[in-house]
Design a protein around this ligand. Sequence first.
Ligand code: ARG
Length: 463
Amino acid sequence: MASDKGIDKPWAGRFTEATDAFVEAFTASVGFDKRLYKHDIIGSVAHARMLTHVGVLTADECQMIVNGLQEIERDIERGAFEWRVSLEDVHMNIEARLTERIGIAGKKLHTGRSRNDQVATDIRLYLRDEIDAITVELTRLQNALLDLAGREADTLMPGFTHLQVAQPVTFGHHMMAWFEMLARDAARLADCRKRVNIMPLGAAALAGTSYPLDRVYTAQLLGFDAPAENSLDAVSDRDFAIEFTAAAALLMTHLSRFSEELILWSSTQFSFVDLPDRFCTGSSIMPQKKNPDVPELVRGKTGRVTGNLIALLTLMKAQPLAYNKDNQEDKEPLFDTVDTVRGSLKVYADMMPALRVKRDNMARAARSGFSTATDLADYLVRRGLAFRDAHEVVGKAVRYGVDAGKDLAEMTLEELRQFSSVIERDVFDVLTLEGSVAARDHLGGTAPAQVRAAIQRARQRIK
Ligand code: ARG
């Protein structure tokens, strides 16, 4: 494409001097947007077919373009494509190579199109595929949690508030809490996908084009739900990428909290779970160490996704209509978000089925820390005390237990009756962990029967 002035650019006609060497490198995006090559080619093939459909290209020209693009795709895939920074981005690299290959027909591909609607289309096609791939990993992790919750529906553990032992729960119930968070993440992604799946192509640079394009036809070829309604909006807004990144940041925040629990639970102090060796690393100096690197890294990587969200919001906030080069900066945060979320979900989905649950340690921890104190208060209420009075009575019993080094269930009936004479031998039924969880037998409660029912409903939901 060299002009008579020796300028090797598609816009050479307007220019009198070549681009400054540093500016060329500074403004280029091919180093990262070449990742979009597949979607760029899919979009170009559909555009060429539509141009042929409306009579702008001949069938022969279309065939040459489609064949040429397919050869380029094969070259890229076998590493035989030479990406040129001088051609700035993935779009111009592919188009220039096409023209080198097939001549004049290649120069016609860009009829009725601009890189502005082209890049917006590419990102949407790319993101649609990635949302689908992320959803596959997410579902895999949800299934792993359902299996784990099913195996551990009766497993007793302390539930915490303020990281202090609060009331007994089952480990299955705890896992189902994580399932619910991920279910909302999946719903957010599915909802976001609807707004991603709208086609900018045909908006051209900003105002549309004078060619008789059939945008509905192109949208159908590309599997878009509809063409974008407004050309200015279509080339300029990146709200779909921001929305995706926001959903991803929430998802990562959930995984980060989950990670924090796995890190705590795998410590010697808790010793509730054992992470499989293949998901851990050792220390180069301390031979005894087995570090929970995977959850730690996921917790750490959450920061970059939150950062990417802020970067994209800031990128957008002061842009006037329509397209501005600022938008070239949308790609790296978006790609990084996709990689981070997809990788984090994959490693979690692989790791969770192999988690070893130390049931005895969990039950032992639940038996200390007066986790059935609320159950004793509820017992007193059933015996006629007002709840606030019952709370006071149990508080005194706990105070005594702290001094005597005894949990409530370890006290004799006589010891307990010092605090209230309504207490009878049947109190020990409610002071057990099993009795405590079984009593929370309503929708959303921790009773094993409820957890099993919740798992069953959840399996239907993700089918
Ligand atoms: N590489 C550009 C981007 O990522 C493609 C669109 C360029 N458009 C333009 N008018 N310079 O946004």
